[in-house]
Design a protein around this ligand. Sequence first.
Ligand code: CO
Length: 164
Amino acid sequence: MIYEIKIYGEEELRIKSTEVEEITPEILEILENMVETMYNAKGVGLAAPQIGVNKRMFVIDIGDGVVRKVINPKIEYFGDIIECEEGCLSVPGIHKNVKRPEKVKITYTNEKGITVVEEADELLSRAFQHEYDHLDGILYVDKISPVAKRLIGKKLQALAKGNI
Ligand code: CO
């Protein structure tokens, strides 16, 4: 099942999500549908708040042959601050540079209930950080430069009003 993706301005994107208490069949079904929704939208990641579910979980497929279903992640940041272009399925039509730490160590529960620890850099690190932020109600456009934010201000307003 393909979910409707929440767009910039919708309140679910701004709520701090709560932990998944138990991996129920319903949670597994939501994660599976999130993967389908992510592929349908041609994204590399999708967080539960983006489909209006304020639970701490997201899915990622950066094309490395692994579909990650990430539940209750904890994240640690390492390395230099580097700038890379990002986009978001909830902020369609916009891509902007964002500064973030280069590397992360992430600990999460996967869909089988197994604890997974991963260290990541490059695209996977970016994806983890971007999706993790969604769980705290943070969007990448919150982290772009003031100049870049001014440039896309009208577009963001239009998105929030549902005019795009
Ligand atoms: Co996003």
